[in-house]
Ligand binder design. Structure first.
Ligand SMILES: O=P(O)(O)OC[C@H]1O[C@H](O[C@H]2O[C@H](CO)[C@@H](O)[C@H](O)[C@H]2O)[C@H](O)[C@@H](O)[C@@H]1O
Length: 382
């Protein structure tokens, strides 16, 4: 298949409006219960052939390059210094009528939280750290780390990231938190805590010799992911600026630093490698193509899992709050909006976007302010 000619492509677009995104790979997933049983019966891993024709393919083939281009604000919306113009401000203010600021609505949120136990879920990139050119340099400020540390003293707190769990742990470096890496496919309790799940297992953490509990619903896919990782590194070797990131249960192919004229080659390389792996799917983040197993597991499922582990599921007196900036966070926003564990999704965005979140924050500095406000509020409650 030739990507450039716009034929069938497995690129799943996370960036276009939700109406398009709904048509994507969800039909391609297998339920987690099947994946968990893979070790007993590998036939349970159902494969869905990539169709050559039909609505799904039309959406994919028509959108893939547009999706790559739209994974960051279009240049007309943000000027070169990243300062919004007056018109953009107006559009943003209008958008905020639908997604009010979690800071200006703080009292309203807290009046709903009164008497409830808050559980906090935080995405990493673009939420706790600003988006930067080099993925390995997305450091979190020490002020943000203190804010997260303080908030975790009062509320159970989890970091939910597309990155590998080890990498996001290295960045955040707070042992008292729950971590869900690889888009929720690698969940870890804090030392000494259990995830209370029959498929979780206990491992020792070297630094302090303490035990943590792990839950890894996609562990069967590791050998396949490793193979694909090697092939991708090799096949994209000649594309200047490309970065293939090993996120353990998924792979990120970053094209942020690739010249736009070469984006088609990026997609072609990715397609050439993964076309022979029907058990993997492709999603699209901020200037990144992400390859992951087809199991029915995402950040929303990870939130539900963690609430269950914490004994906070289906409780009237629990308020889960999820803060995130990316398309992958929409799965979690949706769970909190529609599921039995009602809560608030807060979208971090400096540009208007359709979302399943209830509230918004403009950038990581507002996220920090929100976290500090939660601490002040909790302390004031005595
Ligand atoms: O779920 P998240 O914690 O938000 O992680 C999503 C992806 O974030 C990282 O990539 C993004 O941030 C980079 C650093 O700012 C940026 O350079 C890149 O263009 C963004 O796509 C991370 O590198 C990926 O592995 C995560 O999946």
């Amino acid at each position: 298949m030739d990507i450039k000619s716009g034929h069938s492509s497995p690129v799943m677009t996370d960036s276009p409006p939700l109406s398009n995104a709904r048509l994507t790979i969800r039909q391609n997933r297998i339920p987690y219960s099947s994946a968990a049983a893979l070790s007993q019966n590998s036939n349970l891993l159902l494969t869905v052939p990539r169709k050559k024709t039909g609505v799904l393919d039309d959406v994919k083939s028509n959108c893939w390059l547009d999706a790559m281009k739209s994974s960051s604000p279009p240049p007309t919306l943000v000027n070169k210094d990243n300062i919004s113009s007056e018109a953009t401000d107006m559009t943003y203010r209008e958008w905020m009528l639908k997604y009010p600021s979690a800071l200006t609505s703080f009292e309203k949120i807290m009046s709903f939280a009164k008497g409830k136990r808050i559980a906090l879920f935080l995405d990493y990139d673009g939420t706790l750290s600003p988006i930067v050119e080099e993925p390995d340099c997305a450091y979190m400020s020490s002020a943000m780390r203190s804010a997260v540390q303080n908030v975790a003293k009062y509320f159970p707190t989890a970091i939910i990231s597309g990155r590998s769990r080890d990498k996001v742990y290295e960045f955040v470096n707070l042992s008292e938190l729950y971590y869900a890496g690889s888009h929720g496919m690698d969940i870890m309790s804090p030392a000494g805590e259990s995830l209370n799940h029959e498929h979780s297992r206990t491992v020792s953490v070297n630094e302090k010799g303490k035990d943590v509990n792990l839950f890894q619903p996609a562990s069967e896919f590791l050998p396949m992911i490793d193979k694909v990782l090697c092939s991708l590194i090799e096949s994209t070797n000649d594309i200047k600026g490309i970065k293939v990131e090993d996120n353990k249960f998924c792979i990120s192919v970053h094209y942020r630093n690739v010249e736009e004229k070469n984006w088609a080659s990026v997609a072609q390389c990715v397609d050439d490698v993964i076309r022979t792996y029907p058990k993997l799917r492709l999603t699209h983040g901020r200037k990144v193509l992400e390859i992951r197993p087809v199991i029915d597991w995402d950040k929303g499922k990870a939130v539900t899992f963690l609430l269950e582990s914490l004994g906070l599921t289906n409780c009237e007196d629990v308020l889960p709050i999820y803060v995130g900036d990316d398309r992958t966070d929409e799965d979690a926003f949706k769970v909190l909006r529609e599921g039995p564990n009602h809560g608030y999704g807060i979208l971090v965005s400096a540009v208007p976007k359709d979302s399943n979140a209830f509230y918004s924050l403009r950038d990581p500095s507002e996220v920090m302010e929100f976290l500090k406000s939660l601490v002040t509020w909790k302390r004031s409650m005595g």
